[in-house]
Structures are given as structure tokens and as C-alpha cells.
Design a protein around this ligand. Sequence first.
Ligand code: SAH
Ligand code: SF4
Length: 433
Amino acid sequence: MNVADSERAATRLRSAGYELTDSSEGADVLIFNTCSVREKAERKVFQRINHVRRERAGKQPLIGIMGCVAQLEGRAVFDSSPPVRFVIGTGATDRIPELLERVEDGEERVSDLGIRQETEVWDVSPVERHSKHIAFVPVIEGCNKFCTYCIVPYSRGRERSRTAAEIVTEVRHLSDLGYKEVQLIGQNVNSYRPKAVDGLEKFSGATPFSKLLRAVASTGIPRIKFTTSFPRDFHPDIVGAIEENENLCNWIHLPVQTGSNRVLRAMRRGHQIEDYWKHVETIKNARRRISLTSDIIVGFPCETAEDFADTLGLVERCRFDGLYIFKYSERKGTPAARLTDSVSASEKASRFITLERLQTSVQEGIYNSYVGSEVTVLVEGASARASVDMTGHTACNKVVNFRGTSGLVGRLVRVRVTEAKPHSLYGEFLGAM
Ligand code: SAH
Ligand code: SF4
């Protein structure tokens, strides 16, 4: 979501006459896009700002921050980080040029924490997209769920869905430009609920989101991924839509957070583990093999050794294709921050490692099962490790590296998997599609 916001900010700035640079050196203006989901990310931005200031010998750049930290801290940033001259909240991305103009006109401290205007058009120039082949398309912003540990509803405000007509038009346009993949994004994409059915009338589906999936699939763009799905709003028809449409990728990211009903309740996730099992069963029984990935928080306040054992049991049973593990990070202003953080830092670290080990062994089994099979890869560029290797993702979102040339970038290619690593596959190029 932050990458998508940066693309949008860049679009607005360029059309206002600013030129974007590749490095911070020599830039007249620096805008930091920030994340506040965990404390570490929040701290990092202020370290970076200080670093830039120290590095710069001559004229200091105008420094601003945007994103979640900007929204939450507001004008307090001016005192805690004096080099910052402007603060752009999460709803003010489109107004960056006007705000910057005020700073350039000499106004000392400029901030905008207002909401996005209904009249603002959600467009991003292709020049500013992070890739020429894969595009992020936000379908819903914000979050109404208020899980007790999470800052997002405070930093991103209430849920707002784009109209399907607007989304489908954007995807068609991206397809015409040669994009091979769109990723529909949102804090919880499957909570998609536009004010009007505009654009969805002729599509079947049990929920607005599964209708939207079918509508986007009908554009014919080769690949559609979507993330993140929220368990409580998960409807089996999502799997139905994937089964019906080859271009809806066989990957679902469905964060569970914990394997314990007691902790789930304390997190106020609004569902029980048994409900999660049902979704996993639906996903695993699909006609096409669907990859399943998840997020888990270890060390939520009150998580006992028994609760954690339930989480291990869940991970063993679900056999996730990938898992993001986070140590609980207290976020000021959330209901969980009022609970006693009962799990010590060393216990959190130890649970993290135990869970990571288990996941690695599960993942090893899954990745090994790909050896010998053929997969389709969207080639994204040279691999970071070896420049003779190209890298890309499968539809099921696995990283695949193979010996190839840069001429293949942006193409869908067939690769035979010859080797499995813990987080990626290695294979031989068979041919472009
Ligand atoms: N809307 C998605 C998740 C968005 S935040 C969902 O509810 O599933 C991405 C992930 O960050 C979460 O799934 C959670 O695992 C993690 N996270 C959020 N708040 C956190 C906190 N306070 N401490 C640690 N991890 C957190
Ligand atoms: Fe945060 Fe919960 Fe909303 Fe996800 S659903 S963004 S975890 S409040």
C-alpha cells in the first residue's frame, strides 16, 4: 500500500513540475513515506532523517514525511524531529504539491491530516509505477476492524472501496499498456463493499469482492493477485472464482495471527480457529492447487506457553506455503497497549525462532514437491544473487530463479524446477509463452 501511495505522490509531484531523482544526494526535497505497523519501522524513519542531515555537507534539503507515522504523530513531529518541515497524512497524498508550495514560499511548518476528497481521482501515471509488468491497484483503503493490537484503523481511517467500474477501467488500461499482472491491494481486500454496484451488475458472485474478482478476470489480463484477505470476511466463493478463471492466481494470503481461540478473542479478530480451518479446507480442496500464506504474531500480551503450542499445532496442520512471523509490538493508543505485556523479550524471541524453525521444515517439504515440475514465471529482472540468473514469481507466488537473459524480462516463461531452496525454487528455462 505504501508503494502504491508513493507512486501516487510521484504522479502528483511530476505533474506539478517537480523532477524525481533516483538518489537522495543532491535532491532539493526529500519525502519519507512511513509505516507505523510496528515500532521498529517507526523508529527507522527518524534515524534515516538524521543520517541524511549529517551526510549532506552543503545546502540542506526540504524534508517532509508522509504515510502512517505522519498521520498519527501529526504536528508533534515538528518538535521531535526539527528538520521536518511538512507532514502529509494518509488522506493528503493528492495535495502534496500544494503543501510543498507553501513550504517553498517560506511557511515554516506545514501539515495536512485531512481525509481524501471524494472528488479526487485515483490515478497513477505509468511512468511512476514501480514496475513495467506488475501494477498495484488499490481496491479498498482503510480498516474498520480494530483488532486490539493494530494501529492501522487509526492511521488509515475507515474503509472506503473504489467503484468496480473505476478498478476495471484501470486494469484494462494497464493491460493495454502491456502489464502482465495486477495485484489488487487493500488492508482487507475481501471486505470490499462499494457504495454502488456500478460495474458489477453483470457478474455473478456471493459477495461484492468475488464479483469484483470475476469482473477483473474478464479484462483478460494474464495474472491477477490480491492481498490481504481477512478471515472473518472470507467467503468460499473466492475459491469458486479462482477455480473458474485461469488468470485469477492460485494464491491466498489469509493471516490467522494465532492458533489459540483465547488469544484470537483477546485480539478481537471476530472469528474462531474452527472457522479458519473451514476456510483452509475449502482452499486445500480446490480443483487447482492454491498456495496459502499467513501472518502470525508471537508474544501477544497474555499468550501462554499453551497458547503458543496451539499456534505450533495450527502451523503444522495448515502447512502454509509461506508465513510472516512478527513479534508483538506495542502500539500506543490501541486497546492491547493497556494490557500488561506479559511475555518477556527473550521469550518472544525464543517463540519466534521455534515457530520459524517449524515453518522452515514445513516449507522445505512443500518447496521440494515442486522439483521436477514445470511452472510459469513472470520474469521481473536479474536475480540479486547472480546476474546471470533471472528471477520472477509463479502464479502461486513462489520465487523462481533460472539461467536466462534480460530479454526475457516482462515475459511469461516456462521453467522446469530442478532444485528447491528454503524460500525459492531454481530451474531451467524451457521457453517463452
Ligand atoms: N489487514 C490484515 C493485516 C494488515 S497488517 C489482516 O488483518 O490480516 C500486517 C500484519 O502486521 C498483520 O497481519 C499482523 O500480523 C502484523 N501486525 C499488525 N500489528 C502488529 C503489532 N502491533 N505487532 C506485531 N505485528 C503486528
Ligand atoms: Fe489491523 Fe485488524 Fe485491520 Fe488487519 S484487520 S489492518 S490487523 S485492525
